[in-house]
Design a protein around this ligand. Structure first.
Ligand code: HEM
Length: 214
């Protein structure tokens, strides 16, 4: 059944909305694993004496590079995919979302606890989710550039000096890692704010979101 251009599946008394395509879910799983691996290996590379999950520092660096390539290329593909399918409109943070920030605060502090649904004009994702989705490609680009600058030191001497030296570039790479940790935790929390705590998590695995009160 199709309602307002959205595919609705009926199973007994429950209704399910088809929310995430197969490609979205595959890319999401790849990004999730990659981000966790990049953060874990990154900590070992930054402080090998303090954080030792992988057998050697070389191993941690090797795994870090593998997932850097995986997340980099799949991110480029994801951007292309969202542009071609038009989904970018649902994911991108805009001026209206900025104006709605006070509404979002009220939504998370009050509405979700008393069952008030999110405003219909928010669409698929609320302004908080969109802010995180828009921030990530920017952070990833900055992380990629600072990473490359640390790896190809001789070629990037002028670049590194322009930004205050290699130590500064390293510090920025570290700060951005923490921003990823923080925003991923926020994203993780926002995933629990569906009709039931598990509904959004299930939807990003199965594609279908159970319909009910938000
Ligand atoms: C702790 C790990 C993560 C969990 C538990 C998680 C969970 C979720 C959930 C539940 C949704 C669906 C939200 C909804 O239907 O309203 C979602 C969507 C999304 N997540 Fe994650 N996520 C994680 C990590 C990541 C990472 C690392 C990235 C990217 C770097 C990412 C990017 C996205 C994007 C772009 C969407 C929107 C899907 C779309 O329509 O394209 N997530 N996530």
């Amino acid at each position: 059944m199709k309602k307002n251009n959205k595919i609705i599946l009926k199973k007994g008394r429950n209704k399910f909305l088809y929310k995430h395509t197969v490609l979205t879910r595959i890319i999401h799983a790849i990004h999730l694993v990659s981000m966790v691996m990049l953060i874990l290996t990154g900590f070992q590379i930054y402080a090998p004496g303090w954080f030792r999950l992988f057998a050697t520092l070389e191993m941690a660096r090797y795994v870090h590079f593998i997932f850097m390539y995986i997340i980099g290329w799949t991110f480029i593909y994801k951007i292309y995919y969202t542009i071609v399918t038009g989904e970018i409109k649902e994911l991108f943070f805009n001026w209206r979302d900025l104006r709605d920030m006070p509404l979002l605060v009220k939504h998370y502090l009050y509405d979700i606890f008393v069952g008030i649904p999110s405003p219909s004009h928010w669409g698929k994702y609320n302004p908080g989710q969109k802010l995180v989705y828009t921030l990530w490609p920017i952070l990833l680009l900055a992380q990629g550039i600072t990473g490359i600058a640390m790896y190809f030191i001789p070629k990037f001497t002028a670049f590194n000096n322009f930004f205050g030296g290699l130590a500064n570039i390293r510090a920025w790479h570290f700060v951005i890692s923490w921003l990823f940790v923080l925003t991923t935790l926020i994203h993780f929390y926002l995933g629990s704010t569906g009709p039931k705590i598990v509904d959004f998590y299930k939807s990003v695995v199965t594609g279908y979101e159970k319909q009910g009160k938000h």
